[in-house]
Design a protein around this ligand. Structure first.
Ligand code: AMP
Ligand code: GLY
Length: 437
């Protein structure tokens, strides 16, 4: 099986490892930075911008892959799946139109509304400032979202980034200068979790829920990031997420998948990653992504018992109904090592020391992220550098392993020590309990 993989982050390193567990998978990779982990697993690789379809075309013609696996959202948004289709290369990943699930929050919100799918907050979509002030005042607590890919950084929340309706109005004005649409919605309070589901237009198969940590610093302080780390539990729930919550989240994703097929006339093949929130009023959907999460991929693929290449192939052939997706009953904790100054002023081009032998002894797994391999060393870029994963019998066992691993990495970098610790998890539980009172 010849597989073309797009992307160069820890998510893609982890996907590459999962694909390569099948001894018959031959991996061909395309990345913008030289990720040493992906390089090692690949028969061949090319360094190029993923948006350079001409170069991509040449490599794909040479490789003649059986299928392509698209890691990040940008190439999906650019329509790489539509591009590969006529070349006879099917993809694990949605077409540009279906990727609107992620690239347009207005599209997804309106789709759910049109099909009567539960889980929506109060919301309105605006293309001009008319009526915005009134709606902000009526909501009281609000959230403002530009309609487009913003790398998780465009969403502004009342009480955190915006102090009153007039601030909100100004932000909407600013957004409308660069985006055709802005979404204003009710501010929800609760605990977030990610449910990454593999879909083929007919069947939705869930991976275990995970929780990401957006804030740069310990105790959930500092700027929002792409995600500083995440965890999942051995019972495939989370301490604040019940079986019923997961069932409901699954039901929402399944309905959205069918609505997408009706709306776009084509099946969604790939990952539907729902960002859900458990609130006192019930389960709500914050957003969908049309790809695996980063870091949440590390919480699910390394413990998948199925052959991932076969799962991907089954999704492409719309045979997911034949797959019984199984995961080890293990907990996972992932801690991301990021450049000093990340996310606002990351120190780029700094050498990172990775004590490979110490890491091997720690039992932790390492997934290289946005780094560059040069002259036998690993150097930072402006984004998250190395994900370290602990897999254990329970959360504290997994956390201990991740921590032992992350301590073997040094340089002008930092990480959040508190991810997966019982103190932080207890804070989440206390938060939900205080809301449910
Ligand atoms: P999104 O890109 O829509 O997931 O939003 C980014 C982050 O903003 C989420 O992870 C939440 O922390 C926060 N957020 C988004 N929507 C809401 C909402 N309706 N209420 C409260 N927080 C939200
Ligand atoms: N963990 C956040 C994301 O993948 O978008």
């Amino acid at each position: 099986m010849r597989v073309l993989l797009l992307g160069h982050g820890s998510r893609e390193h982890c996907m590459a490892e999962a694909l390569k567990r099948n001894p018959e998978t031959w991996l061909y990779s395309v990345m913008a930075h030289l990720n040493p982990g992906i390089k090692k697993l690949s028969e061949e690789f090319r360094l190029m911008k993923l948006s350079n379809f001409d170069e991509l075309h040449l490599f794909a013609e040479q490789v003649k892959p059986d299928f392509a696996v698209i890691g990040p959202e940008a190439p999906l948004a650019d329509g790489v799946v539509d591009y590969f289709g006529p070349m006879g290369i099917p993809s694990f990943g949605p077409t540009q139109e279906l990727a609107k699930l992620e690239t347009s929050k207005a599209f997804s919100r309106l789709l759910m509304k049109k099909y009567g799918i539960p889980g929506l907050p109060e919301f309105k979509v605006f293309t001009s400032l008319e009526g915005v002030q009134e709606y902000l005042e009526a909501l009281g607590d609000f959230v403002i979202k530009p309609d487009g890919l913003t790398g998780g950084k465009g969403v502004k929340v009342f009480g955190e980034h915006l102090k009153d309706a007039s601030d909100g109005l100004n932000y909407c004005r600013e957004v409308l200068k660069t985006h055709p649409t802005v979404i204003v919605e009710e501010k929800l309070e609760g605990e977030e979790f990610s449910l990454q589901s593999i879909a083929d237009g007919k069947t939705v198969l869930d991976t275990p829920p995970a929780q990401d940590h957006k804030r740069a610093f310990e105790n959930d302080s500092g700027a929002n990031t792409g995600g500083m780390g995440s965890y999942s539990c051995e019972n495939h729930l989370l301490p604040f997420v019940t079986e019923e919550d997961v069932k409901q989240a699954h039901g929402i994703t399944e309905k959205v998948m069918h609505a997408l097929s009706r709306e776009c006339g084509k099946p969604f093949v790939g990952v539907m990653y729902g960002g859900f929130m458990v609130t006192a009023k019930g389960l709500r959907l914050l957003e969908y992504n049309a790809r695996f999460g980063d870091p949440e991929t590390m919480n699910v693929l390394p413990i998948m018992e199925n052959d991932f290449t076969e799962v991907v192939q089954a999704a492409i052939e719309q045979r997911l109904d034949e797959i019984n997706l199984r995961f080890l009953e293990k907990a996972t904790v992932c801690k991301y090592v990021v450049p000093a100054g990340y996310p606002n002023n990351p120190s780029v081009g700094e050498r990172i020391e990775v004590d490979e032998r110490g890491l091997a002894r720690s039992g932790a797994h390492v997934y290289f992220g946005s780094v560059n391999e040069k002259d036998g060393g690993v150097y930072t870029t402006s984004s998250r550098a190395i994900a370290v994963l602990g897999i254990g019998e329970d959360l504290s066992d997994a956390e201990r392993r991740a921590q032992a691993g992350v301590e073997r990495i040094s340089g002008k970098v930092f990480y959040r020590k508190d991810i997966g610790t019982s103190a932080l998890v207890q804070k989440r539980i206390d938060h939900i309990n205080s809301l449910k009172k």
